[in-house]
Design a protein around this ligand. Structure first.
Ligand SMILES: [Zn+2]
Length: 388
């Protein structure tokens, strides 16, 4: 009768939270099976078990098919199924290739196969969930800046262990950057650039990098909403008030970064600046990259991120042409900061097509992930010349 144990263990990937769940399920199984004599036969007891656990455990090994609703994207569809969309995006595409428009869009009303994966959360008694969450927290490190829900950074690798990154999100403080109206509400560039920057910071930290978030908001962490509330309380590293004057504002950032760059002399250092207000008009270009005209390492960084974006677009959106642009265009921050740097303009918040993409939190996460992959590519190809 104690056979319930091995069944549940073999379904788990030996993550501690699952081991605990396994023990609990094993225990419950045994209790129910022990009472099987009260039922007509054992299979009836197993049926009750299945109903009790809402089919969750048994679904792990069989393919789930889900109907896409209007407005669903691949990421949101996967997320609704409790599947980490970033780990299983490629699997999903491969499994549903014939059923996707432009190999990336879902058709509402059609059925899609969900990749079989370990399900992260199983609805069960509150205290067990809490215990599992505590254990999960123990694995990672907490950073308040990412907000309560996203504060824990779980280590994925040490690939960026020797690298230092300065991240600047465009505008902030008294300056909201480009503004637009969405669904009757005002939205501002600085909030979206900040959200993408925090997501990028989290990715880089998870690979062991040292990360300085230069423009910071004490109470906005990573936000999973479409409309991000506008505020003016961003400060510059650490706790410095952001000046209203345009040149003073940029100079403040330049000074902070150059000072830190000096402090970290001899280390591999890079600066990444993110904006959501591309200056291109009427062109079908999604992302622009700039670097210092004379910086070979800046060029390499920008090109590495550019190459990653190009690859992702090719993979997921083969019918869409993608292009980037290089050069420093006389940007103050590009010209005056000392570390090798890339300046990224992710679309334009006023452009309806770009807006749709930037407002979707899943897309902000994907953009941050792609940038981080480019950053890793850049680091692993090393410094051109001597590290300054
Ligand atoms: Zn901007």
């Amino acid at each position: 009768m104690g056979r319930g144990f091995p069944v549940f263990f073999c379904l788990c990937n030996f993550a501690w939270d699952n081991v605990i769940l396994g023990i609990v399920f094993g225990f419950l199984t045994e209790r129910i099976l022990m009472r099987a004599r009260n039922f007509k036969n054992t299979s009836q007891a197993i049926l009750i078990l299945a109903i009790l656990f809402n089919g969750q455990l048994f679904a792990q090994d069989s393919l789930i098919t889900v109907k896409a609703e209007r407005g669903d994207g691949i990421l949101s569809l996967l997320r609704k199924q409790g599947v980490n969309p970033y780990d299983h995006y490629d699997d999903f595409i491969a499994m549903n290739m014939d059923n996707l428009r432009d190999s990336v869009h879902l058709y509402a009303g059609r059925n899609y196969r969900i990749p079989p994966v370990k399900i992260d959360t199983v609805p069960i008694v509150d205290s067990i969930q809490k215990k599992a969450a505590e254990i999960k927290k123990g694995v990672g490190k907490e950073y308040e800046i990412f907000g309560k829900k996203h504060s824990v950074v779980v280590s994925k690798s040490e690939r960026l262990k020797e690298a230092v990154y300065y991240l600047i999100s465009g505008h902030g403080g008294p300056d909201p950057g480009a503004m637009a109206i969405y669904g009757g509400k005002s939205i501002a560039e600085d909030e979206y650039a900040y959200d993408i920057t925090l997501r990028l910071a989290k990715e880089l930290l998870s690979h062991g990098a040292t990360v300085y978030v230069i423009i910071r908001d004490p109470n906005d962490g990573i936000r999973d909403e479409r409309v991000l509330k506008i505020d003016r309380d961003e400060v510059a590293y650490i706790g410095k008030k952001i000046p209203l004057n345009h040149v003073a504002r940029l100079k403040q950032r330049v000074d902070i970064v150059n000072k830190l760059h000096k402090m970290n002399r001899g280390k591999f250092q890079r600066l990444i600046v993110t904006h959501v207000d591309s200056r291109s008009k009427g062109q079908n270009i999604d992302v622009f990259f700039y670097h210092h005209q004379k910086s070979k390492n800046g060029k390499k960084l920008a090109e590495s991120i550019h190459a990653t974006f190009g690859k992702k677009y090719k993979k997921y959106q083969p019918n869409r042409t993608y292009s980037g642009s290089f050069g420093d265009r006389g940007l103050y921050l590009v010209k005056n900061t000392h570390p090798a740097m890339a300046y990224i303009e992710i679309g334009n918040i006023r452009n309806k097509k770009d807006q749709k993409r930037i407002l979707e939190p899943d897309n902000r996460q994907a953009l941050a992930k792609w940038i981080s992959e480019g950053v890793i590519l850049d680091f692993e190809s090393g410094e051109i010349g001597r590290i300054r």
